[in-house]
Write a protein of this length. Structure first.
Length: 259
């Protein structure tokens, strides 16, 4: 019941900013159209030498803009750094709920809001303008759901660890910037991983960053076998264990800020 109430509060809190989020949606859709135009210019006349057709890339960019709001654009550090600076972290760590779950549940409320009022509206815009891909195999829908869930778990853990680092550093702006850069650069949002130079692509493919965006999109487009789910599951389990371990260390390290 406690976790359900936390989830509800987080969801309802975001309902207060629907107009601002509508503007964000418009900007996100426009960015997607710009990326589509760039790739159309790059691929036109060169499709025979590329693993992607123009239509493939349009679908890829559209899907990436939708996935961004539920897997990448999370609250910076899950706002853990705010509690560290104000001293509220001492109360949060003393609550009769696990701190890790406490922070994750609150962010899940925001993610569900983003799915309903950001990702879906953007998907509708693209479906009505440039078309939206729909998996041909029924099993692919299940694989997409599993992959997206694992991607969300990975992203939540990475963001949580960035926020938890504020226990030692107080400020996390630099860490958040590095994480977003890696998710955009190595996550496949700007360039699909398989278009990177061969040696770099092989290394990047094994990191957690493409697991957040690239693999879910490729499974959704039915261009990747479901075997990559094992890699995603491995990173999800590993990062969760690291988050739990780091939380225990942070309990003994935290210093109250703000008096």
């Amino acid at each position: 019941m406690v976790y359900w109430l936390l989830f509800q509060k987080s969801y309802l809190r975001n309902m207060q900013y629907k107009l601002a989020h509508f503007i964000n949606n418009a900007a996100s859709a426009i960015f997607g159209f710009v990326f589509m135009a760039v790739w159309i210019g790059v691929l036109t006349g060169k499709e025979s030498s590329s693993p992607y057709s123009v239509q493939d890339m349009v679908h890829y960019i559209g899907a990436s803009q939708v996935f961004l709001w539920i897997g990448v654009f999370l609250t910076a550090g899950l706002n853990i750094q705010t509690g560290v600076r104000s001293g509220a972290i001492s109360i949060e760590l003393a609550r009769p709920v696990h701190f890790f779950v406490y922070m994750i549940i609150q962010e899940l409320g925001r993610i569900v809001y983003n799915l309903l009022f950001r990702s879906i509206p953007i998907a509708v815009v693209y479906a009505c303008s440039v078309g939206f891909y729909f998996p041909k195999e029924a099993s692919s829908i299940l694989y997409v759901f599993i992959s997206a869930s694992l991607a969300l778990c990975i992203s939540l853990n990475l963001t949580y660890l960035v926020g938890l680092s504020s226990v030692w550093t107080t400020e996390i702006s630099w860490a958040h910037f590095v994480l977003i850069t890696l998710l955009f650069g190595f996550g496949g949002q700007l360039v699909p991983i398989d278009l990177l130079p061969e040696g770099i692509a092989d290394v990047v493919a094994l990191t957690p960053f493409p697991c957040v965006l690239y693999y879910p999109i490729m499974i959704y487009l039915e261009k990747s076998p479901p075997d990559v789910l094992w890699l995603q599951a491995g990173w999800a389990a590993t990062l969760t264990l690291i988050s739990l371990w780091a939380t225990n260390i942070a309990r003994s390290k935290v210093e109250i800020q703000g008096g």
